[in-house]
Design a protein. Structure first.
Lengths: 568, 344
């Protein structure tokens, strides 16, 4: 495995901010947490008033919010919700009723402002992260040191090896791609990292990646449901997470969330969010992104240009990242939800379906003691219009000519102007570029290859069945001849390597061995910890599955590249 | 860089007509590619039989054009569009806006085709696709609708659609083009509107053939309505929205071009029906009939993607495979389709 060593080198990265943790914008932000929360609230109120321009419209928005919130409290309460949620909502309701008693228009407006302010302040405080230097250091050492101990103990065997330093997390998690560029850009501007999202583990994984690369802590949007799990809540809080509650889809909340993100970016905080919004239920790479938080990147860039910030941090760099797994802990649940959702999306409520700290710890233990590598691909950085930038932060067009990003925000050539519709369109364009980059930097594992091939082969032998009927087939009937399977893998592999040669996709170093080795490696690793394995080799040496749904899930990772015809 | 000057690229009959319309509201810089023609036009103040308004200035420099104007209206045939845009690209900046009026498609194949290559809609570029691919300009729009150059030149009442995903582009287009005799509508479906303009040329050639054969208005009515259904069918496959096809740029333009003897595509069909060969017909025409190229491209796409655009296929046979026009049209007229509208 010469190739492997070349690609995945362990490296120790120095801190990119020489002044240490005290120089980080996120530390500055957390020092003035209360003031920042108030500023965010102020900004959100302005936004909301720009959208609901009349008194009646504002009352209607507040009433809608109230109605939805009461529904949420009643139908879908979570452990993490504050106990006084219901009480707070009743008090708002009462105050809204009081308005009808007031005659003076000016007095009504003041009264309304009061209500709006209280709701927004509550949201703003809930969203705000709670970064603490000491806890950050602590969490970081637990993750790197603690897991490294586990790793060494399990690999080298014997009690004393627990103190060995031979293995570190970087043996399990390979970071590839534009690492040096990212580190350099982090000193030249503000980074917005946008990873794919497959597992709840992503949040912690990416936190570790950021710290390993010597980058200052990022603020990042994490699903509030993660805070239901105490173990996660601890790490997320420490790593600088702010909370995103996907149950709250009312205008007031969404605008507050956007304000928070936008203002933190404007203050130079490197930021991270999962633009898919939620974990990919199907196992496919995100095709469509949520535009809400993404729009704050475009907005913050315009505001930075408008403010003519003189410090070097005014430019914003968007960095797509893919997380590549052989195994996704929640896969069985996710794919079940996906299939259910397909038909009846409207009746679906955002659920917090899984997990206890225990289950996760058990998984982590397995993960670190048994193998199954993860790779993280860092994509090339882009400006908010999706143009590539170089390590100095300069944007270039497809022909390699340099571009002044500022000029995208000007009207009649010179004056920078705010234009919501323009920025919405830019956000949509940016989202398409991110999806393109995901597909380009995605890394094909042997496990993806075998899952994709096997499922497509099964589908082709039952051409007349639709997906749902196909998935209902009894697994024991589905056996694929090894030699045929092998020949298909060869075809697919050749195509994937051609694509990799053109830079259209990434491949794991494991794909360099013989086809037999690749298949063996793939079968061993695909969904390796599931009770029912998506792919197994039977006594005769042929390929079969224990769980067709899971096979479908892992197969989906390579959907969207038009590879199906290479398996036929 | 000045907000006052607006650029028009191309001094054909349509480019000249648009320059004159713009000149009612602003100063216009008209780019003429051939230096000699530029000098002649500058001297005589006449381009393609149209008198130029006083506030139109002629230039032969794309650099000057890009530096002087923030808004550009490219109005050149699709066959020369790529070359023009590549020459212009180094001078363009992200603040530029472009509204083109070219109703054609460009086929762009990868330099090295792999063994498993099939033609798909990704290889067919509308002009806005080309602009976005070749330049840094993102605020792009198109101008489409029943705008026969000869009638615009006379100042007859007319209207056009400016399509762009950017409201500011539509707004700029409206401010610059609107006048007493010229109304401007907006549409956010850029691709759909571009495709309307592109695809209607196919039907216009068919309509010309029908006229040349003396088949009468009932036949034309049939051809035009089936033609619209086919336009929507192809247009949807290429990513346009249905609603655009029943608007000014779709049905509006279709009616104008299929009924007008002034339309280039109509004229081409008419000549073919009179028994001229394609070469003879083309040699008699002053300007490009975009429909000819479009028929070839859509035919190729249809073959590789298993679409069956029956009118396009039949016209292709007439134009390129020696099918007698009369036989082709009568085949179309007797075609059995039980359903009137099956695309909505």
């Amino acid at each position: 495995m010469q190739e492997k060593d070349k690609d995945y080198t362990k490296k120790r990265y120095g801190q990119v901010v020489p002044g240490g943790i005290n120089q980080w914008p996120i530390v500055e932000l957390s020092k003035n947490r209360q003031a920042f929360i108030r500023e965010v609230a102020q900004d959100s109120i302005e936004r909301i008033k720009n959208m609901a321009t009349s008194r009646e419209a504002l009352i209607e928005e507040i009433e809608t919010t109230l109605f939805r919130e009461k529904l949420r409290v009643k139908r879908n309460p979570w452990a993490v919700d504050p106990e006084d949620d219901a009480k707070f909502l009743s008090s708002i309701k009462k105050r809204l009723l009081d308005i009808s008693q007031i005659d003076d228009k000016k007095e009504i407006d003041q009264y309304l402002d009061g209500i709006l302010n209280d709701i927004i302040m509550r949201y703003s405080s809930e969203i705000a992260g709670n970064f603490k230097k000491s806890r950050y250091r602590m969490a970081r050492s637990i993750i790197t040191f603690g897991f490294a101990r586990l790793l060494n103990a399990s690999r080298a065997r014997g009690f004393w090896s627990i103190f060995s330093t031979q293995y570190t997390l970087q043996d399990k998690i390979n970071i590839t791609g534009e690492v040096e560029e990212l580190r350099k850009l982090a000193t030249k501007g503000t980074i917005i990292m946008v990873p794919t999202h497959f597992s709840n583990l992503d949040s912690i994984l990416i936190g570790w990646v950021i710290s390993t690369l010597g980058l200052p802590a990022f603020i990042y949007g994490a699903g509030l449901n993660l805070f239901n799990i105490k173990l996660f809540a601890y790490f997320m809080n420490s790593l600088g997470a702010y909370k995103v509650d996907r149950r709250k889809k009312n205008l007031l909340y969404l605008e507050t969330l956007k304000s928070y993100s936008s203002m933190a970016i404007q203050r130079g905080c490197h930021s991270l969010f999962f633009p898919g919004g939620t974990r990919s239920r199907s196992g496919q790479i995100e095709k469509r992104l949520k535009l809400g938080l993404l729009s704050t990147a475009v907005e913050a860039q315009r505001v930075n240009y408008q403010n003519e910030k003189d410090n070097a941090l005014k430019k914003i760099f968007v960095v797509p990242v893919t997380l590549n797994y052989n195994f996704v802990l929640e896969a069985p649940e996710l794919i079940k939800q996906y299939l259910k959702l397909q038909g009846q999306e409207r009746y679906y409520t955002e659920n917090d379906e899984y997990s206890t700290s225990y289950k996760i710890s058990a998984f982590l233990l397995k993960f670190f003691t048994k193998g199954s590598d993860i790779s993280v691909s860092i994509g090339k950085a882009m400006d908010v219009l999706g143009n590539y930038v170089d390590a100095e932060g300069m944007s270039y067009d497809k022909q390699g000519r340099s571009i002044d990003t500022r000029e995208y925000f000007t009207q009649d050539g010179e004056i920078i102007s705010k234009n919501q519709q323009r920025e919405d369109e830019y956000t949509r364009m940016l989202s398409e570029r991110i999806v393109e980059e995901y597909h380009r930097i995605n890394k094909v594992f042997a496990s993806h290859l075998v899952a994709f091939t096997a499922f497509v082969m099964i589908k082709q032998s039952y051409k007349k069945l639709d997906l749902y009927n196909l998935l209902r087939l009894p697994e024991e009937d589905l056996t694929l001849d090894y030699d045929l399977f092998k020949s298909k893998i060869e075809q697919l592999l050749a195509k994937v390597k051609r694509m990799a040669g053109r830079g259209e996709i990434g491949v794991s170093p494991y794909l360099n061995g013989s086809v037999e080795e690749i298949i063996a490696h793939g079968l061993k690793n695909v969904g390796m910890y599931h009770a029912k394995r998506p792919l197994v080799q039977n006594k005769e040496g042929n390929i079969t599955t224990d769980d067709l749904n899971l096979l479908y899930y892992y197969h989906n990772r390579l959907v969207g590249y038009n590879l199906e015809k290479y398996v036929s | 860089m000045s907000a006052d000057w607006v650029g028009v690229i191309g001094s054909g009959s349509f480019g000249t007509a648009v320059a004159n319309i713009l000149a009612r509201n602003t100063k216009v810089l008209l780019y003429v590619r051939n230096p000699e023609t530029a000098r002649t036009i500058e001297k005589e103040r006449i381009s393609v039989h149209q008198k130029l308004a006083d506030n139109i200035k002629i230039t032969n420099s794309l650099q000057e054009l890009a530096e002087e104007c923030n808004i550009l209206f490219p109005m050149v045939p699709s066959s020369g569009f790529k070359e023009m845009i590549r020459e212009l690209a180094p001078h363009l900046r992200p603040y530029h806006m472009m509204i083109h009026g070219t109703k054609g498609l460009v086929l762009d194949l990868p330099e090295k085709k792999s063994s498993d290559f099939t033609l798909s809609k990704e290889h067919l570029y509308t002009m806005s696709d080309l602009i976005k691919r070749e330049t840094v300009v993102v605020r792009v729009g198109c101008m489409a609708g029943p705008n026969l150059a000869s009638e615009l030149a006379k100042g007859h009442p007319a209207a056009t659609v400016i399509a762009s995903p950017f409201n500011e582009v539509i707004q700029k287009g409206k401010n610059l083009l609107r006048s007493e005799h010229f109304q401007v509508y907006g549409n956010s479906d850029l691709r759909g509107v571009e495709l309307c303009g592109v695809l209607k040329n196919i039907i216009a050639i068919g309509s010309g053939i029908s006229s040349g054969l003396g088949l009468g208005e009932n036949s034309r009515g049939l051809l035009v309505s089936r033609g619209l259904v086919e336009m929507i069918y192809i247009g949807q496959a290429l990513g346009g929205e249905i609603s655009s096809f029943i608007g000014l740029a779709g049905i509006g333009d279709l009616v104008a071009t299929t009924f007008s003897t002034n339309s280039r595509n109509f004229t081409l069909g008419y000549k073919i029906a009179q028994g001229k060969t394609l070469e003879e017909a083309l040699s008699e025409m002053e300007e490009t009939a975009e429909g000819l190229n479009t028929i070839q491209l859509i035919k190729q796409l249809g073959d590789s993607q298993k679409l069956k655009p029956i009118i396009t296929d039949t016209l292709y046979k007439i134009l390129f495979e020696g099918m007698p026009p009369k036989e082709g049209l009568s085949y179309l007229m007797r075609l059995q389709t039980s359903i009137d509208i099956n695309v909505m």
